[in-house]
Design a protein around this ligand. Structure first.
Ligand code: PGA
Length: 252
């Protein structure tokens, strides 16, 4: 039985005072909530603050991107070793808001995935189709391409304990979540694809759903077989909303 995982993706939001209020409210509100892994992925400058407030609690923290190189002349980049120094457990790789805007290639994302794993950080690898891909019937093809790029570089061993986030691009930040059936179908396709390439990794991989999850739709989405949790954007900025989503996951 895979344990559910709920991750907040703060994106480029927050400031020291706001974060402190949000994190302290989460620590208080989620105290003792078990049977679910909980994390927040914060902007780089706030990793230290997250580490300071969340150490010793049931909430882990992480980042939203990582460099694909170990170190060196890469102005503006942040390495996996640096994330590790600030206690990061997770890092999001390949989020569509990054891969589109900053032209991240599949090979680049695969390198980020691999380097995070090498440093003991769990990558949360995002895949998902655009509306055009869904409507023109090539959704599975699009997702398979994204997955294969990672699977071929990373190999089966690196997939152990990996987290894949299915995030249909049309559902992110739009208030139009995938229906639970649409999400379930995509998740089972992803698991089958992993199984076809690396049978050992398919059962243990956690496939979480992201895209307009809120406290009203969380229970239904997270109760679907093959949906192992959620990647939460907007509603992770509100302590009450995020807490309700985490609680919905732990009841299932
Ligand atoms: P959203 O974002 O919950 O605001 O749709 C999800 C994400 O981008 O990870």
């Amino acid at each position: 039985m895979r344990r559910k995982l709920v991750v907040g993706n703060w994106k480029m939001n927050g400031n020291l005072a706001q974060n402190q209020r949000l994190l302290e409210a989460l620590v208080h509100g989620l105290k003792g909530v078990g049977h679910v892994d909980i994390a927040v992925c914060v902007p780089y400058p706030y990793l230290f603050q997250a580490q300071h407030i969340l150490t010793g609690t049931n909430i882990a923290w992480g980042a939203q991107n990582v460099a694909s190189h170990e170190n060196g002349a890469y102005t503006g980049e942040v390495s996996a070793a640096m994330l590790k120094e600030f206690g990061a457990s997770y890092v999001i790789v390949g989020h569509s808001e990054r891969s589109d805007a900053y032209c991240e290639s599949s090979a680049n994302i695969a390198d980020k995935f691999a380097i995070a794993k090498q440093h003991g950080i769990t990558p949360i690898f995002c895949v998902g189709e655009t509306l055009q891909e869904r409507e023109s019937g090539v959704m599975e093809y699009a997702i398979a391409n994204q997955l294969d790029a990672i699977l071929s570089v990373s190999g089966g061993a690196l997939l152990d304990r990996a987290v894949i986030a299915y995030e249909p691009v049309w559902a992110i930040g739009t208030n139009k979540n995938a229906t639970s059936e649409q999400a379930r179908a995509a998740h089972s396709f992803i698991r089958e694809r992993i199984a076809a390439m690396h049978p050992g990794a398919a059962e243990s991989a956690r496939i979480i759903y992201g895209g307009s999850v809120n406290p009203r739709n969380a229970a239904q989405l997270l109760s679907m077989s093959d949906i192992d949790g959620g990647l939460i954007g907007r509603c992770s900025l509100d302590a009450n909303d995020f807490e309700r989503i985490c609680r919905a996951a732990c009841k299932i």
